[in-house]
Design a protein around this ligand. Structure first.
Ligand SMILES: C[S@@+](CC[C@H](N)C(=O)[O-])C[C@H]1O[C@@H](n2cnc3c(N)ncnc32)[C@H](O)[C@@H]1O
Length: 332
């Protein structure tokens, strides 16, 4: 079985993603209050700090998703076993949770391909190397793609005889506004065949107290994650943010139905961003939003599925119904 890695983030793709990055920063710093989209944080180091978040005892989305995969492994296997299949994971990160699904398939000698896609080249290289060191004699082939979600999906050949399942885990969909999530699932659907599956992890609406505890750890990993964005801006755009002049806190906002992470400027300061030829002023204790994590209801999830031309096959819950991995089939 083969284990390969491809980097699709060079040439035109790289310069268009740099432009997209600069545009998003310019737009986010020009609004009042300042507000930057969550995806900007994810370079190699951002992806590594996110892996640390998934290991925090209070970060329920990661623990719930592992519990769901352990409890419902057979349900997912029943959908796929019987013919050759391909598992495409968007934003795979370290792929740690996904391994809970993959291992029993390898043990049962099912033939399948795993295609993890992530914008972080480091994350995908490490993931492919880890899988190769553990499973080189098994029935799984691995094709790791360092790519934007849809560049990765577009770059794959489609064979009608191979059933696809696209995974989008870790409640990453919550980082999008509801309207953007609708466009996103529609685009996934457009790259699939009728009969293919999609499984998306959604964090469900719950007590704001639980949400507060999940996004404000005592060890400061969330703060490090959000402040890492300033390092990314310094590196990619030649900015001179000083991380020590900001603090972070996350809070559920009932108006947007999302946990919003803010970084607060601890003083009046002016930051220069060379690549944008821009100076940005911060007032003392001015907030800038750096993360958005939407909390879903089941009705919203079902409406997302049907609007994208999919049928909900099953909602897979953890025991406390804090989280759901929703499995959809493409129907038209
Ligand atoms: C919230 S993390 C989830 C990681 C993993 N799926 C999990 O459940 O723990 C989001 C992942 O998506 C990746 N990512 C963010 N934007 C991306 C994009 N435009 N294209 C591909 N991957 C992206 C990040 O590098 C990161 O690994």
């Amino acid at each position: 079985m083969s284990f390969t890695f491809h980097n699709l983030r060079s040439g035109v793709a790289a310069s268009s993603s740099d432009e997209q990055f600069a545009h998003a920063v310019l737009e986010g710093l020009s609004t009042q209050p300042k507000r930057l989209p969550s995806w900007l944080i994810f370079d190699d180091q951002g992806s590594e700090i996110f892996t640390e978040i998934t290991q925090l005892p209070g970060y329920h989305p990661a623990h719930c998703e592992i519990e769901i995969f352990q409890a419902h492994q057979q349900t997912i296997t029943d959908l796929l076993a019987g013919s050759e299949f391909r598992v495409i994971e968007l934003g795979a990160g370290d792929g740690g949770k996904t391994q809970v699904l993959l291992e029993p398939w390898i043990q049962r000698q099912l033939t399948f391909e795993y295609v993890p896609i992530d914008i972080s080249e480091g994350a995908i290289k490490t993931l492919v190397a880890n899988l190769e060191s553990q499973f080189s004699h098994g029935t799984m082939s691995v094709t790791g793609l360092a790519a934007d979600y849809f560049d990765g999906l577009r770059g794959m050949s489609q064979q009608e005889s191979v059933r696809n399942i696209v995974l989008f885990l870790g409640s990453t969909i919550g980082n999008m506004e509801l309207a953007a999530a609708k466009d996103f699932v529609q685009k996934i659907r457009e790259s699939l065949n009728v009969g293919d599956y999609v499984m998306i992890g959604f964090d469900l609406m719950k007590s704001p107290k639980v949400l507060y505890a999940a996004y404000n750890d005592a060890t400061g990993v969330f703060e490090r994650f959000n402040l890492h964005l300033l390092d990314v801006l310094n590196r990619k755009l030649g900015a001179n943010f000083k991380k020590e002049h900001y603090v972070q806190q996350g809070q559920y906002n009932p108006r947007t139905h999302a946990v919003e992470s803010m970084i607060y400027s601890t003083r009046e300061q002016v930051v220069t961003i060379q690549a944008l030829a821009k100076e940005v002023s911060f007032g003392a204790w001015e907030a800038m939003q750096t993360e958005h994590s939407y909390k879903y209801t089941l009705a919203e999830i079902e409406s997302l599925a049907t609007q994208a031309g999919c049928r909900v096959v099953k909602h897979l819950f953890d025991a406390n119904k804090n989280y759901v991995d929703s499995v959809w089939e493409v129907v038209r």
